[in-house]
Write a protein that binds this ligand. Sequence first.
Ligand code: AMP
Ligand code: MG
Length: 389
Amino acid sequence: MITVEEARKLLLDLVTPVDTEQVPLAQAARRVLAADVAATRDQPPFAASSMDGYALKSAEVERHAMLKVIGEAAAGHRYGGQVGAGQAVRIFTGAPVPDGADFVVIQEDVERKGDLITIRNHPGDKSNIRPAGADFRVGQIISSPRILRPEDIALLAAMNTPVVPVRRKPVVALISTGDELVMPGEEPGPDQIIASNTFGLKAMFEEAGAHVRLLPIARDTRGSLATALDLASGADLVVTVGGASVGDHDLVGDVTSGLGMERAFYKVRMRPGKPLMAGRLNGTAMVGLPGNPVSAMVCGHIFVLPMLQKLLGLNPQVNFHRATLAAPLSANGPREHYMRATVENGQIIAFGDQDSSLLSILAQANALLMRPPDDPALAEGTQILYLPL
Ligand code: AMP
Ligand code: MG
């Protein structure tokens, strides 16, 4: 059996970044920027006032000085003339500072009577002028790859970028397998349960930037599974759930071998999630996740999310955080163990029951506490690594 790290490496070898597309800026949030974008203008494009007040010459700024107001500059409407000695221009936030002026006295420091202003309070040293290009200059770059946050979108807009080069959303085909499964909302028979894994995984993969195709549940027959795999064609990644262990009804390995899958591995030394298989089927990456609901979700985090990151042109990574054990832990076995846990203020505590079927505990957890293989018993206060959920 291979290690989690080895499995992840083999899985990443199965995929390459998808191609890119252009999307309108208004649709670019949360997408992955696929090429550097350069500003096509300076911002601000002119020296601009940062306050409402009066633009004048800094040499004339002193208490009791009296100046004549010769015009007005508002945002979007510059004052075309020149500011001379003894003169001021009424100015508003965002307006271009008129030629000849290099200081804005805020209106609170001024008393105005008709066309005359008197500086009443000492205006201080701050000019209240934003120089041209203070925010960014032509050619300044937003670098790729990155997931575009609202903050990046605002900057792209200011840089005058109406369309944005992003990675196409990788298409993931998701297949549940099992005679016992029905879809949520259907009436289950007495021996049936609701398919939950594919819904949790769909949410997880879509949050990571994928487009997920939820295929019909494959029954535990070779024909049904082959049909589902056929429906998956065209996807960038095919993910099956269940049917991957060694029971009589676990057909995923058999059927995919029959269809010519080049298998990369089968079984990983981890808990939960030992029966994980992967390979390439007709040129497409395929991952067979275990059926136990918690195993499927944990394997989604540990293995599939890094694959999606690579498909999206991002640097694949699993970011562990550190916390302090708030309760002791018994020794771990030979497999890397991901334990459902809650972490708060840097203190982490694992749930007592780690059975891989318990979704209710997964839903209460906000962390997966990672135990390396053969980790000895740990005392309260020990530093450990975890993945946030
Ligand atoms: P299997 O790997 O097919 O033997 O499934 C292991 C366990 O996970 C069984 O108890 C299945 O009923 C359950 N299971 C498999 N697939 C799903 C699914 N999509 N949703 C919920 N439970 C599942
Ligand atoms: Mg099954």
